[in-house]
Design a protein around this ligand. Structure first.
Ligand code: ZN
Length: 388
């Protein structure tokens, strides 16, 4: 790493520069003439906006592209060579730190993983050490850190209000604390929102105005994009599908209630149920491998999780009428037929006119890209859940 450099939000508030960045983010590398065509902004204004963005090191010039008329021109792309961003992913079992260019290309050599510490103080300390270690290996200038957090996040304060699977962060402002320790710009996103941003930047949600990402990994979170905007609710708490009661006298949930959907229909809940049958604690990754290699049966736990999950997915289709629903979860890798079965079950439960217009597919993005997308969105548009 050279030095930490703060991005320049005042510069980025310039509307034309945002449009230029958004066009390149949407379409990939473009020449100045192509930017003019995509955005409808005049040529001289595009030239000025590009010059400012090159100066701010948010764009880089690439190869020459032949032009139909006139001289060939250089294409412009999001910076990947000289600047980078970090992504921190907090899970209930494992934490990760990754580094990427503004183009979203992850630098494998800077990847750090460690078990999630039991106390908040250790969590902060380990991330401070991991960021410093990662930056010492990076040859680029780090512009900021995207922080992907589970639980209920007040997006105005960047404070975790309640994290049912990670109580050590309850009441804490991890983004704020890391920013003040590291002197680095930090954008905090709820993990389902991060997945949603990443699906829109790098996955199959590019250009969609109505879609939903359903995250069934540790909890069961939903991020809804309606008319192009993320549905947040009054303080950013919308989308907690996992804490709807589906079994009145069911198992206790980390939220304090019992019988919540996420006590039955997530990777985590399913791993717990299969572990009971196996007589030992197994992670979902191990279960998936055992089943794929024929050493374990899927068993009734899978049927139950799928049935309840289809209730949740049908509710999402009925409530939000999306064009596409993206499902992010590991247990679906256990058998190639599982996802198809899940969509069939959802079809039976959802309202037919809403379902007829909707496609349910596996998510292409992941939580690493979610954290990266959080900070890139902040840098390129000045918008995010919360930034320090
Ligand atoms: Zn709950």
């Amino acid at each position: 790493m050279k030095t930490f450099a703060r991005a320049r939000p005042s510069l980025l508030r310039q509307i034309n520069e945002r449009h230029v960045l958004a066009a390149i983010q949407m379409h990939g590398p473009l020449s100045r003439a192509e930017i003019t065509r995509c955005t409808g902004i005049s040529g001289p204004t595009v030239t000025r906006a590009v010059a400012a963005l090159l100066d701010a090191r948010l764009l880089e010039e690439g190869d020459f592209r032949p032009a139909a008329l006139g001289r060939p021109s250089k294409v412009l792309r999001l910076a990947g060579k000289n600047v980078s961003v970090l992504g921190a992913i907090i899970g209930s079992q494992t934490c990760e730190l990754v580094c990427a260019g503004l183009d979203g290309e992850i630098h494998d050599e800077s990847h750090v993983t460690f078990p999630t510490p039991n106390t908040y103080e250790d969590l902060v300390e380990q991330f401070v050490m991991a960021v410093r270690e990662s930056c010492s290996k990076e040859k680029t200038t780090v512009l900021g850190l995207g922080l992907s957090l589970p639980g209920l996040l007040n997006h105005r304060e960047g404070r975790v209000l309640l994290s049912p699977n990670l109580h050590q962060t309850d009441g804490k402002r991890l983004g704020h604390d890391l920013s003040s320790r590291l002197g680095l710009e930090v954008a905090t996103v709820q993990e389902s929102t991060g997945l949603c941003l990443a699906e829109r930047m790098y996955g199959a949600a590019r250009g969609l105005d109505h879609f939903v990402v359903v995250d069934i990994n540790e909890g069961l979170g939903v991020c809804v994009v309606n008319d192009g905007e993320v549905l947040e609710g009054q303080s950013g708490l919308a989308g907690e599908l996992g804490h709807i009661t589906v079994d009145i006298d069911g198992k206790p949930c980390g939220c304090g209630n019992r019988g919540c959907l996420e006590t039955i229909a997530t990777d985590h809940a399913l791993a717990d149920a299969v572990s009971q049958r196996a007589g030992r604690q197994m992670a979902i990754e191990e279960i998936v491998t055992e089943i794929r290699e024929g050493r374990m049966e899927m068993g009734p736990e899978f049927d139950r999780a799928m049935a309840y999950l289809s209730v949740g997915l049908a509710a999402v289709v009925n409530l939000f009428n999306p064009q596409r629903v993206f499902v992010f979860g590991k247990f679906l890798d256990a058998h190639p037929e599982l996802f198809h079965r899940l969509t069939q079950m959802t079809w039976k439960r959802a309202l037919k006119p809403a379902m007829a217009d909707c496609e349910i597919i596996r998510a292409q993005a992941n939580k690493r890209l979610g954290a990266i997308a959080g900070i890139i969105q902040h840098i390129t548009t000045g918008r995010d859940d919360h930034a320090e």
